[in-house]
Design a protein around this ligand. Structure first.
Ligand SMILES: [Zn+2]
Length: 191
């Protein structure tokens, strides 16, 4: 799948932006609370209620802009998730035939990465969607990778990075026959 880089980096960007906005919000709240509040209009500067109201208004003013940014990011995330759901393959489980072919292709060993780009190579127990099913990955032989229980658990529903894809295709050249396709990953079209 040639667009994996775009998909992966868009989501990393969204995640980074979310973290940045959360830090921005926290800093805005802390600095609003620690600055000397101007007393709210109509209240005496010495009254507790007036000080509290001033503090509250200060915080509200400080979080307004990062709050709007957070809402915009939330909408973007909802759109992305909604499109993932629309892409989902109606068939989630690999067929017996796909499992047999996929496992034979991998020699019955886990194809996932075990640090420094090496192949894990433990006995495979699961057929795994390389591009996660929940994010629109196809239930096809093209998207099938043999995985051991540990790698399968560790992978969860994470979208693989373009580097992980490249390294798996490089490893596959070593154990697949020269005539076989090494390419991995497939995503469903938007329904
Ligand atoms: Zn493994």
């Amino acid at each position: 799948m040639p667009d994996l880089g775009r998909i992966y980096w868009t989501r990393q960007g969204l995640r980074l932006a979310y973290t940045a906005v959360m830090v921005w919000l926290a800093v805005a709240v802390v600095s609003a609370l620690s600055s000397k509040p101007a007393p709210a209009v109509g209240a005496g500067p010495s009254s507790t209620a007036g000080v509290l109201r001033g503090l509250f208004e200060g915080v509200v003013a400080a979080v307004a802009v990062p709050g709007v940014a957070l809402v915009v990011l939330g909408i973007a995330a909802a759109v992305v998730t909604g499109r993932d759901v629309r892409r989902r393959d109606p068939v989630r489980r690999f067929t017996r035939q796909q499992r047999r072919e996929g496992m034979a292709r991998a020699g019955g060993l886990c194809e996932l990465e075990a640090g420094f780009g090496r192949r894990c190579g433990r006995p495979a127990e699961h057929g795994d969607h390389f591009f996660p099913w929940s994010k629109g990955g196809s239930t096809s032989l093209q998207n099938f990778v043999a995985a051991c229980a540990r790698c399968n658990r560790a992978k969860r529903a994470n979208i693989p990075s373009p580097g992980q894809q490249r390294r798996m295709e490089r490893r596959r050249r070593e154990y697949l026959p020269p005539s076989a396709s090494v390419s991995v990953g497939e995503r469903q079209p938007l329904a």
